[in-house]
Design a protein around this ligand. Structure first.
Ligand code: TYM
Length: 327
């Protein structure tokens, strides 16, 4: 039997995970665990590349672990670990620093956006962020990386770094493919920007159902539907794009007809979405509560995850150092 292909992906501990993360990435990760050997990491070292509060970071890392485990990333089916618990990532990052052209880093969209927000505190860490991301991936010699569309540029750079390393020192790293899930780019409830914790337009995966309804109720729909009897166009409506994530196809077709014929209103449409979303999120929220009651089991899962990850990471790192001529 040929060995299973390997994937790695990561998520920043930047607050409770939202449905953009869930449908854009995590749901896909859970599905892929049956067919791939999977490594998933909470990237705490990436989170310190911008201004942050150390006490808050600890809590956020823990929250991210609980959220991801509750979403289905159990230690039995994948290797889940905290990035800083596997120091080999930062060591490989240094090696890759020495094959990455500066110009490539300067043109990264995320760097440009973040350095705009961080004006007073643009660090070398922020510039080098994508090299650490490349190290996260290449250290497991991953075949593929499941992410949302916003990570495509970083993955292109990862492949470029792999090519440069291979060209200079001999074929060593596979060039990982990008696997985009069905929610490649989920908009926030403002219907304007990508859903993102920092923009305040996110629906949290483990948020209280009533709080989620309070966000959905005033959320933007098709502007053409100013009054209840105005017909609308589902393809212009952000709520309809959410239905594609959680509502079965037959019910969705009915909603589309109802919207075009103005037989259902936007509030009805949102209620249906809320009900279907809760069917997905209720079990996640319940699992999270159970995990929070047993922190020792969570810590043990993380210990095991880091140990497994380190075994693989160490081997790749040793091979890379040898190829680079380090004694
Ligand atoms: P992060 O933490 O911003 O996001 C985690 C995952 O969620 C996806 N995502 C979305 N997908 C669709 N619509 C959205 N609105 C949305 N918001 C987030 C992201 O594409 C991502 O897949 N740099 C990475 C973390 C990282 C990483 C890695 C990823 C570090 N090392 C190695 C892959 C492999 C990031 O900031 O993701």
């Amino acid at each position: 039997m040929s060995p299973r292909k390997r994937i790695l992906s990561g998520i920043q501990p930047s607050g409770a995970i939202h449905i953009g993360n869930y449908f854009g990435a995590i749901e896909n990760w859970v599905r892929l665990m049956d067919d791939y050997e999977c490594f998933f990491t909470i990237v705490d070292l990436h989170a310190i590349t911008i201004s942050y509060d150390p006490k808050l970071l600890q809590r956020r890392v823990w929250d991210a672990v609980l959220d991801n485990m509750a979403a289905g990333l159990g230690p039995k089916k994948c290797t889940l670990f905290i990035q800083s618990h596997v120091p080999e990532h930062t060591e490989l990052c240094w090696l890759l620093n020495c094959v990455t052209p500066l110009g490539e880093l300067n043109r990264m969209t995320q760097f440009k956006e973040k350095s705009e927000q961080e004006r007073e505190n643009v660090t070398a860490g922020l510039l080098n962020y994508p090299i650490l991301q490349a190290a996260d991936i290449l250290i497991y010699r991953a075949d593929a990386v499941p992410v949302g569309e916003d990570q495509a540029q970083h993955l292109e750079l990862t492949r470029e770094i792999a090519r440069r390393f291979n060209g200079r020192f001999g074929g060593y790293f596979p060039e990982p493919a990008t696997l985009v899930g069905r929610g490649a780019r989920i908009l926030g409830i403002d219907g304007a920007a990508k859903m993102s914790k920092s923009l305040g337009n996110a629906i949290g995966v483990t948020e209280d159902p009533d709080a989620i309804w309070e966000k959905l109720r005033p959320a933007k729909t098709d502007e053409a539907r100013k009054r209840r009897h105005d017909p609308g166009e589902p393809d212009r409506c952000n709520i309809y794009s959410y239905h594609k994530l959680a509502t079965p196809e037959a019910e969705r077709a009915e909603i589309a007809r109802g919207c075009r014929g103005a037989t259902i209103g936007c509030i009805d449409c949102k209620k249906i979405f809320h009900r279907n979303l809760m069917a997905v999120l209720d079990p996640v929220r319940e699992r999270r509560q159970a995990l929070a009651r047993d922190p020792e089991a969570v810590r043990e899962a993380l210990r095991q995850g880091a140990e497994r990850a380190r075994r693989v990471a160490r081997e790749t790192l040793d091979g890379a150092k040898k190829l680079m001529g380090l004694l």
